[in-house]
Design a protein around this ligand. Sequence first.
Ligand SMILES: Cc1ncc(COP(=O)(O)O)c(C=O)c1O
Length: 428
Amino acid sequence: MPASTTDRTHSALDVGWVRAQFPSLRLTVNGQPAAFLDAPAGTQVPQQVADAMRDYLLHDNANTGGAFATSRRTDAMLAEAHQAMADFLHAERDEVFFGQNMTSLTFALARAIGRELQPGDEIVVTSLDHDANVAPWRALEERGLVIYQVDVHPEDCTLDMDDLRRKITGRTKLIAAGYAANAVGTINDVQEVVRLARAAGALSFIDAVHYAPHGPIDVRALDCDFLACSPYKFFGPHQGVIYGKREHLVRLRPYKVRPAPESLPDRWETGTLAHESIAGVAAAVEYIASIGRRFAPGMAEGAAGRREAIVAAYGVIREYESALARKMIAGLVEIPGVTFYGISDPARFSRRVPTVGIRLARAKPAEIAARLGERGIFTWDGNYYAVNLTERLGVEREGGLLRIGLVHYNTAEEVDRLLAALREIAAR
Ligand SMILES: Cc1ncc(COP(=O)(O)O)c(C=O)c1O
């Protein structure tokens, strides 16, 4: 779909250029252009990511540590991919480790942390989080750990920070919280979560999976102990990544095979990794940096370092996404019979990403998603594993929510199409 002039006026971002990088966005469904409003479940990939994966498989495919050309190129590619993720998170290269996905990595990390803890020690999780940041910690209940779950304010789906403070005790060993909520888009005050954890002598684990496509992450400024994200949610292939402070990654004892190196990050990267996918992750980080170099004011192509370009890219992305979110939310709350979950006051939009959850009085989320899907509009229904939240909001047994998630390749025309279709479904 061509970029509209309205898209350009909102931002420095040229959405026409952006969309041209993503071949899959040309898909049509029943004669209509596909509108990918399903980003929270996984974003599309630019051509350069697919090229990097194909090139790795066709030219460099090998295991690591061998005394021959393709193995050496694999080692070099892995080092560069760790550096790319380190630039993305503002970490050191050996403080990031790759794995199948965020969920598997978090279970592995939680098991390693659990080995250090005693029965009666406490962990705090939240009701706003995806279950991948709840279940791995709850699994430690088997070892006698006590898990407390922080409540949310149901009226705007924000974390109840007073409840968090109440749940911290002298036995709290870790606080696990999300950076942004995958069901309703709330950005949490993670700086304050980390500060509270530190003050209590506890570790902090931040799930940044949903935040990563929308805003810059700086683990140094945040001073968190651990942070997780999933490159397939920020224009890369299926893959998970965790950052950990070096002191913890050295001290903790991950479950590993004996011959695997004890060095960082190897001791955390169990078995042979999906090398082609990791090559794609480095390309995804490069793609984001290219947005900064191309569109951020005062930034010339090639002039900025990668970290600087990534931070600049998110300035441009956030500005563009905010304008789209404003338009979408203003339209959604006007639809007769709509219930909107999450922050809807434009004055508070700095506390949200452009992911929204709604219900309509006359149609269940699954039905709405199916009817939108027939028109080529891709959304999601249910709980998207944020089941603690849908239970808390009392909608779990009612089919959950309809989730609409925008990223910087979506357009104002797509939002218009969505709103028109929803108005029609609501009026049926
Ligand atoms: C906020 C959040 N955390 C964690 C996950 C799990 O990520 P993965 O699929 O990489 O295990 C998701 C996936 O949807 C998510 O949205």
